[in-house]
Design a protein around this ligand. Structure first.
Ligand SMILES: NC(=O)c1ccc[n+]([C@@H]2O[C@H](COP(=O)([O-])OP(=O)(O)OC[C@H]3O[C@@H](n4cnc5c(N)ncnc54)[C@H](OP(=O)(O)O)[C@@H]3O)[C@@H](O)[C@H]2O)c1
Length: 457
């Protein structure tokens, strides 16, 4: 544990009266930056409770024990909450379980994880769900249920990869055009052409845009997206296996990473003081360490209202999922068609029309317009969300002359694409530590792939 923080809470943000920071929830609290953030927060005078939001309660309880041991702060300063940000239901359940309104929320959970391309119950790929979709549900449910105190402060963890890191050969993510359709396509993977180089940066960029929109929509709260910067001493590269720590050493040695205490302070400083206007995206002015700056000065897309609104809309297309993953029931017209913008578990929706068909990853999806809602609510749905719509689907497919042969052609095409991707990764399977260093100069993302496939280092 390093650098105990002594930042004094500030009374107001940009004209919004800010309550004293008393109860703070941190997601992803059991490891890396989240754990360190909790350790630092617990020592700030005035903070009564640091709530450890973790994937499971067991993980949170384990983190609590470790925090007490490492900080010497009494166990009563901490509390535990199960919140799995890859599940909308878990995020809503967590809000229901929260005993007190909180004044501060650090949406830190995320990273790449072990199953980044798995599809979640909201239709978002897991990487996007755990970094941004779940957090959006968490933030809005907290506000909706009065559990984020008026004037409350929200920090969303993003990354310099959201604007590209030329120093590491990383291009900006493909968020242009910033239409809701395109951004939603990134979230469900259909618009991603190069997974290793595009997905993580896209997730973080959409998160930063979304925060900009929230700041305009809800002026009674304070929102900021913050990159902790390249941070060592975390498990961010654990998906690379034992080679992840080699990569971390390499990045630290070349000045591309600071320690976890410094990374955590990037969240805590704006949480505790009136540092930046609400809605900004704060990250390194250059590279991924050192002084920070408003990223809209580097890429003006982050201050573009249309782009921010598109990100909000794209994320909302993934909010409307029921506990079972089922979204509506065409067969039961007696069900209410109430549209809950946060995505209530009980909401039922009725299909008005099927508009189009596409392939998303290995699945077919259909573009649905919903009875009683305008076109902005249209969404792409997989078969499991279309229970009771078999006749409608078959009629739609007949009018489009989709035949069994066409379906098997599609299946073949998907298999070939998968095989191509695998061989691309296998091509990198030649690296040793020297080659890794050489790759590093070319592209840090490529280097990660090298490390990933070369298990012997
Ligand atoms: N380290 C860096 O260089 C860096 C740079 C820029 C941004 N960031 C961001 O900083 C945040 C923290 O990363 P880190 O470096 O501290 O990585 P880390 O050590 O791997 O910690 C990630 C934390 O997030 C949790 N998490 C992941 N998916 C979750 C889910 N679906 N539900 C609940 N918790 C989940 C993990 O819990 P489990 O242990 O249960 O998986 C873990 O506690 C991430 O959002 C990351 O993208 C990191």
């Amino acid at each position: 544990m390093s650098n105990p923080v002594t930042i004094a809470p500030s009374p107001s943000y940009g004209g919004v009266e800010t309550p004293p920071l008393k109860y703070v929830l941190v997601t992803g609290a059991n490891a890396g930056l989240g754990f360190e953030t909790c350790a630092q927060l617990a020592k700030i005078p005035g903070i009564a409770k640091v709530i450890l939001g973790c994937r499971t309660k067991a993980k949170a309880e384990d983190a609590l024990q470790k925090l007490v041991q490492q900080t010497g702060v009494p166990a009563t300063v901490f509390d535990v909450l199960a919140v799995d940000t890859s599940s909308n239901k878990s995020c809503r359940d967590a809000v229901a379980e929260l005993a007190w309104p909180i004044q501060g929320l650090v949406c830190n959970a995320g990273g790449i994880g072990t199953t980044p391309q798995a599809e979640t119950d909201s239709g978002a790929l897991c990487l996007f769900a755990q970094n941004i979709v779940g957090h959006a549900v968490l933030i809005e449910t907290l506000m909706d249920q009065g559990k984020l105190a008026p004037g409350g402060r929200v920090i969303l963890s993003v990354s310099e990869q959201a604007r590209g890191i030329p120093e590491l050969g990383m291009k900006p993510p493909p968020i242009l055009p910033t239409t809701a359709d395109h951004l939603a396509g990134l979230i469900n993977g259909t618009e991603i052409k190069d997974w290793n180089n595009e997905a993580y940066g896209s997730a973080k960029a959409i998160g930063a845009l979304y925060i900009g929109c929230l700041a305009r929509k809800y002026s009674g709260y304070y929102f900021l997206s913050v990159s902790p910067g390249g941070t060592s001493g975390t498990s961010i590269f654990s998906f690379l296996g034992p080679c992840g720590s080699c990569l971390m050493c390499c990045l630290k040695a070349t000045g591309q990473m600071h320690d976890v205490g410094t990374g955590a302070q990037r969240y805590i400083a704006p949480l505790c003081s009136k540092t930046y206007p609400s809605g900004q995206f704060i990250a390194s002015a250059k590279g991924q360490t050192g002084a920070v700056a408003n990223q809209a000065t580097l890429w003006d897309v982050f201050s573009t209202e249309d782009a921010q609104d598109s990100a909000y809309e794209a994320l909302h297309r993934h909010h409307h999922t029921s506990a079972s993953g089922q979204r509506f029931d065409q067969a039961d017209p007696s069900k209410s068609h109430t549209f809950d913008p946060i995505g209530s578990d009980d909401a039922a929706f009725k299909v008005q029309e099927i508009r189009a068909e596409r392939t998303a990853g290995t699945k077919l999806q259909w573009l649905i317009s919903w009875e009683g809602f305008d076109e902005s609510a249209n969404s792409w749905e997989s078969i499991e969300n279309l229970v009771g719509c078999e006749q409608l689907l078959s009629a739609f497919r007949k009018t489009r002359h989709v035949t069994a042969t066409e379906d098997s052609e599609k299946a073949k095409k998907m298999k070939t694409t998968k095989a191509k991707k695998t061989s691309l990764i296998a091509c990198h399977n030649v690296c040793d530590m020297l080659y890794l260093q050489k790759c590093f100069l070319l592209s840090a993302q490529d280097m990660m792939i090298c490390v990933a496939v070369d298990g012997k280092h």
